[in-house]
Structure formats: C-alpha cells, structure tokens
Design a protein around this ligand. Structure first.
Ligand code: FMN
Length: 380
C-alpha cells in the first residue's frame, strides 16, 4: 500500500496501543521520506499541552471526509466514515517530551509518546541538551511506539527550557546542537528533523545554524521566523525563512503566522519552502488542513456551521477523556476557548463550558447548544 509516497509496512510492537486495541497486533508504520514527499508538505506544528494524541486524532478526522453532519455522536461512526484525501493530509508533529524524563522511565512522559494508528504518520518531538540522553530517549521511544520521525526542539523560548541549554538555547551552542543530532542519528532508523527559530535575538542567526544542522545530518529543518526574544508575538519573518531555505539543500518547512488556510499559498511562495508547519491556526480549527487542500486546489473552503463545530468538540472531548481520564477533562478548557473564540451568540454557553468538571457536564451543555442551533436552523 503506497500513500503520499510513504510506504506502509507493518511492525510488531508491544505498544500500549495493543492494550487499548487488542485486535491490533500489527501497527501500520509509514516510511517517511522528507525528500520525496509530494509538495507542499503540510504539517501540524508541535504545541505543548495542545497537540496530544486526542487533538492529533481530531485533526486527522477533520482533515478527512468525516461525516460531520452524521446524525449521531458516536465516535466510532465518525471514525469509520473517515476516508483519507490525497491532498491536505497533514503530518503530525506531537508535542515535545523531555528526554531526561523518558530516560528516567517516567510513565506519564512515556505515555505522551504513545501513538494511536489514526495519527500516523507522526513525528515525535524531544527536548534536551545532553547528546547521550537525547539519543537514548529516542531509542526508547522508537522501540516502544515507532513514530515515523523524530524532531528536536531548538526553538522553545520559555525560561524553564532554555536556562539549561534546551530549546532555543541550543542555537547559541552549535557544537552541542550538532553533537545531539549526530548522537540521535546514530541510534534511530527514522528521519530526524530540527525545529529552530530565526535566531536568539538576531534574525540572521539561523543562516549559519541551519547549515550546521544540515552538515550534522538532519533530514529536515523547520524555521519559525520569530526570534527567541520575540516569543510568540511580533511578526514571523517569511523573508528570513526564505534566506535560511536558500542556505541548505535539505527540505525546509516554514512556520509562524500562517493562521488561515488562505495564507498558505502566499507563505509557500514567499518562503520558497517545501511546506508549512501550522500551529495556532489549527487550534480550535482542526478543519484547517481540509480547507488548505481546498484552497490549494483553487476551491472555496467549506463553511463550518456551529452545529458541525459542536459535533467535533464533542468528539474531541470524548477522545480527550479517553486519553486523560475523566479527571483530566478540565484540561480541555483551553481547547474549548479556541473552538468558540469569536463565534457569535455563544457567550452564555462558553461560560458554562469553562466551569465544567466532568465529560457529562460538557456533553449536557453541548447537547443543549446543539438543540438550540438545530431549532434555530429549522425555524429560520
Ligand atoms: C501553546 C503552544 C505550545 C507550543 N509548544 C511547542 C512545542 O512543544 N514545541 C515546539 O517546537 N514549538 C511549540 N510551540 C511553537 C509552535 O509550534 C509554533 O512554532 C509557533 O506557535 C509559531 O507558529 P504560529 O505563529 O503559527 O502559532 C508552541 C506554541 C504554542 C502557542
């Protein structure tokens, strides 16, 4: 079976997946080849506490021709009716995990690297500063969960990450950064990518750094066109990304400020990149990738009705509860605020949702909302 130039083979695994899905004794694994994947490459950017397994599954389902207007809420029906389009099928970059926690055998962290088959192909991002620890963590994750690729976080600006040579701090330590790449490449069998920023404070720092990463053996680079100092505000400089792309011969993905599917063609053109990595644009909008496929095909994206939005939120809530347990449902609130941000006429419901502490409470609010929207639609 060949899909998007990725070859699917099957691998025996003792993954947690099998305890959840006992009939799945074989896991499909895609051979991800960044060089030969059809262009443009469209991917979901890693986002801590956001791009967990549940959200990646929702993105995958919403990117396919999921029957969002199906009359029932049953998750299995939705999943079963999902078919995969040839275009707009995003590669998932899973949220970062700590290499040290993986090597220490921290169960929660290892659990974060479990992969549901719906999410594949998936790239697991790791952060850390010690080459041997980074390599060992990748080896452990690959043996247990077989991600289709690994990504190194060299862009996180948060102090708790950077103060110890992790994340964006590695851009100031090219020797350490390249040692990490070499150590990881020596033990993994899948491609290795690196996500960097334009620089620490100077937007030209990425030019030399990108070349060093390529020379160390990285298979792909993502450039976020903001500096570490900018954090998440200010502009992502697409021209800087283009100049970084010109410095290397490995594929490069552009990242930052691609917040709407209609911006994708312009970002691709201006950066000259092989693809894009979509971050905040996909929060509350898992349809981003299906819409991007439409835009790239010259079609108008399909309007998402409030009813469809509610159905997908419900699906997301159930997957979230499946992953994090009933007690973990409150962590869905940050997704809920993205889903309903700027939606007219939902203020009262939104406030109720933000107070929910169980899945049942949320289902009740969504059910009431659905009743109201269906009624409004029928009478209007
Ligand atoms: C809540 C949040 C969490 C993030 N976590 C990660 C992460 O774990 N790893 C990473 O490389 N980037 C992380 N990022 C950065 C994004 O992947 C992306 O590079 C950045 O948001 C710029 O893209 P945007 O302007 O399209 O949002 C995070 C961003 C946000 C908003």
């Amino acid at each position: 079976m060949v899909f998007l130039n990725t070859i699917i083979y099957y691998s025996h695994s003792s993954s947690l997946i099998h305890s959840c899905y006992p009939l799945l004794s074989l896991i499909p694994v895609y051979l991800l080849n960044w060089k030969s994947l059809p262009r443009p490459i469209i991917a979901l950017s890693p986002m801590a506490d956001m791009t967990d397994s549940a959200f990646c599954r929702v993105v995958r389902l919403a990117a396919g021709s999921v029957q969002l207007a199906a009359p029932k809420f049953e998750l299995n029906n939705l999943a079963a009716s999902c078919s995969l389009p040839a275009a707009g099928y995003p590669i998932m970059f899973r949220e970062m995990v700590s290499s040290e926690a993986v090597v220490r055998g921290n169960e929660k962290t290892l659990g974060m690297t479990d992969i549901h088959p719906d999410e594949r192909p998936l790239v697991q991002q790791i952060f850390g500063s010690e080459p041997a620890t980074m390599a060992e963590s990748a080896r452990i994750i690959e043996a247990q969960h077989h991600p289709e690729g690994f990504d190194i976080n060299m862009g996180c600006p948060v102090y708790k990450i950077t103060h110890n040579f992790n994340g964006a701090a590695l851009m100031k330590e090219p020797a350490r950064a390249t040692a990490i790449i070499k150590a990881m490449k020596a033990v993994i069998t899948v491609p290795l990518s690196v996500k960097i920023r334009a620089g620490w404070s100077d937007k030209t720092e990425c030019f030399e750094f990108a070349k060093a990463i390529e020379d160390a053996g990285a298979d792909l680079i993502t450039v976020h066109g903001r500096t570490k100092v900018q954090g998440y505000s200010g502009k992502s400089e697409w021209d800087v990304i283009r100049q970084a792309k010109e410095k290397v011969s490995i594929p490069v993905l552009a990242n930052g400020d691609i917040h709407s599917p209609t911006l994708v063609p312009g970002a691709l053109k201006q950066t000259g990149c092989d693809g894009v990595l979509i971050a905040r644009g996909a929060l509350g909008n898992p349809w981003f990738f299906r819409d991007t496929a439409d835009v790239l095909a010259g079609k108008e994206p399909v309007h998402i009705t409030l009813e469809e939005r509610i159905r997908v939120v419900l699906m997301h809530a159930r997957l979230h509860a499946e992953q994090h347990g009933q007690g973990g449902i409150t962590t869905l609130r940050k997704h809920l605020s993205w889903y309903f941000k700027g939606q007219p006429g939902v203020k009262e419901w939104r406030e109720k949702m933000m107070k929910m502490t169980t899945l049942e409470e949320l289902e009740e609010v969504l059910g009431q909302m659905m009743g109201v929207t269906v009624l409004v639609r029928r009478t209007s």
